[in-house]
Design a protein around this ligand. Structure first.
Ligand code: C5P
Length: 321
């Protein structure tokens, strides 16, 4: 049962704990259309999963207790442990769908920076959904898991899928993309977060009165991904939310400049920010850029990671946690 990448023989005992690993993302292109009647924006969102991972472990909880969350990691203090956490919401949504009780302990080992722009919260939602599906032996079909992810948030389906994909609609309708090589990234994590709805509002304010064209993926960018051509990808990277993020957080300009001054092929705001992303020519260049960014004093911390990366995956289901 369940497309979890491992087999359990029929009739075998339920696992006592299940751990899922899930990557962060960067947006290679984020084309934003006008606001829709439902408040969302149509997007052409080219997601790339990057090799920075959270691990979410689920185990049976006290009957009637609902989801109980714990979190460890450098940014753990910033992670909400209440019912608003996407991992808790994922467990409740899956349990509701199958008419069972969401009594589960959820532990998040958080390595994805908590800042915004890397889909760390979405990642935990996708991982919790997959892990609970395995723990509870539900075998929910993949397309239903993706639909549940879409209900949780626009970026959550991609966290389940991983690799690279074009997201249309509000970003949740995914078409997988092929990637012909490894891309090396540096991420600069800002001191303070930026609210995604607030950045979209600022986009609306900045584009008010002008004609916002329907969002479309850039063929040159898709070709660069397909051929693994980092310099070509660098030329094509684009984020329509960048102006809005910089308008709300002008200090991010200095971070972008510090990265390009240090030799990054390109610099951009990741998603709605405030995390900034830098494409480097190779792994060595990425570490050089990260060092320069750390020394520049324009960010809280830096991380180096390569893409693409696998989507949410069960890495352990054990009868003996
Ligand atoms: O889907 P998600 O809950 O992650 O979206 C958070 C917020 O970001 C939405 O409430 C909306 O304000 C904004 N958003 C948007 N258009 C999208 C995705 C998100 O306006 N396509």
């Amino acid at each position: 049962t369940g497309d979890t990448g491992r087999t359990r023989s029929a009739g075998s005992a339920r696992p006592d704990a299940v751990r899922a690993r899930v990557p962060a993302k960067v947006n290679a292109q984020l084309a934003v259309g006008g606001a829709r009647p439902d408040g969302f924006h149509d997007l052409a969102n080219v997601f790339l999963a990057v090799g920075l991972y959270d691990e979410v472990t689920v185990a049976p909880g006290a009957p009637g207790g609902g989801p109980v969350l714990t979190c460890t990691g450098p940014d753990a203090a910033q992670v909400p442990l209440d019912a608003t956490n996407l991992a808790a919401r994922a467990a409740v949504a899956l349990a509701d769908r199958h008419g069972i009780a969401p009594d589960v302990r959820i532990h998040i080992a958080k390595d994805i920076p908590v800042a915004g722009g890397m889909a760390g919260g979405s990642a935990d939602g996708a991982a919790a959904l997959l892990a609970c599906d395995t723990l509870w032996g539900l075998g929910t079909p993949r397309d239903e898991l993706l639909a549940l992810c879409a209900d949780l948030g626009s970026d959550v389906p991609f966290s389940l899928l991983g690799g690279a994909a074009l997201g249309t609609g509000r970003g949740e309708q995914l078409t997988p993309l092929s990637v012909g090589g490894t891309f090396h990234w540096v991420f600069a994590v800002a001191e303070e977060g930026l609210s995604t709805p607030r950045v979209f509002q600022e986009f609306d304010r900045l584009t008010a009165g002008s004609d916002v064209p329907p969002p479309a993926a850039d063929p040159a960018l898709l070709a660069a991904l397909r051929t693994g051509d980092a310099p070509a990808l660098a030329k094509a990277l684009a984020n329509d939310l960048q102006r809005a993020a910089l308008s709300l957080r002008p200090a991010l300009r200095a971070t972008l400049t510090a990265g390009t001054d240090a030799g990054a092929l390109a610099a951009l705001v990741s998603g709605s920010g405030p995390t900034t992303a830098f494409l480097a020519a190779d792994a060595e260049a990425a570490h050089r850029v990260a060092g320069a960014l750390a020394a520049s004093g324009t960010c809280r911390t830096t991380r180096v990671a390569a893409s693409p990366a696998r989507g949410a995956t069960v890495v352990a289901d054990t009868a003996d946690p």
